[in-house]
Design a protein around this ligand. Sequence first.
Ligand code: BMA
Length: 334
Amino acid sequence: MSKNSNRNTIIGSALPNLPWEERPDTCKDPVWRFSQNPIIGWNPIPSGARAYNSAVVPYGDGFVGVFRIDDKSGRAGLHFGKSDDAIRWELEDKRIDWVDESGKPNPNSYAYDPRVVLIEGTYYITWCDDLKGASIGMGYTKDFKTFVKVENPLMPFNRNGVLFPRKIGGEYVLLSRPSDSAHTPFGDIFLSHSPDLTYWGKHRHVMAAGGSGWWQGTKVGAGPIPIETTEGWLLFYHGVSNTCNGFVYSIGAALLDLEDPSKVLYRSRGYLLTPEKEYETSGFVPNVAFPCATMYDAPSGKIAIYYGAADTYSAIAFTQVDELISYIKNDSEV
Ligand code: BMA
């Protein structure tokens, strides 16, 4: 498949100003890194030490994002950022001030690994929140000025809450990864349904850690918002392997059934990206590649994957949807 092919595989909008770089001739892989990585380094704002595992979306003529930034006490919080090109980011020094639905302050004690999705005119944000332990936090904004925090959708312990970008069968659908209170040594991806984004049920198992590939043998967690394609929901996820030097976080992808996304149609047997570059293998937590967002240009099938590297840096990788899907299908293990 030529890189400029146009099969309209992605069901979505055009984004002609998507950051993009062609695959270098020396690279034969379906996913390749941006040559300007990392795009955000140590101490990106006066109050913050590290900005990573963050979510970005197109907004107006440019881009905005909700960034995980660890402050100089090490505590994680969420900050707003904006950019003209989705590469150079202007990050606010102050954390997002959450309010409740009546406008009263509704602070959280910590917050990390945000995802942002536009559903029917509202931007929903999910993150790992503190509900007497790690749980899924949820909020929304219409203008990236007022941020409303709503009820936690699921009980602790849980992480990696990721909403689908539209209702499926008339209901909202949320991926999550039930966990424990610390650095969980297990974890499968589940999904839950809701008629109203408040009450969640009809929980289904989606995919387990393991398989013949050791890179995802310990745990898996949903990454960016799934991308709707003619071949199914394209879900990038992180897979974790346990080594004598700790966990290693890599990136894989799966295709889920469009009508029933608890059904995995295809799943990459090998990883698509694993920590290799110094900004991935060395930092606050070495050997972590953790994707929380993608942006795409539907007509060309170009996808930019935003990932956190070594719990320190923000980085971008690229892929082309048709090539990626045929790669996954050719070496799939569900
Ligand atoms: C997970 C989360 C991520 C982090 C990863 C590696 O449990 O806390 O935020 O990137 O560990 O440290």
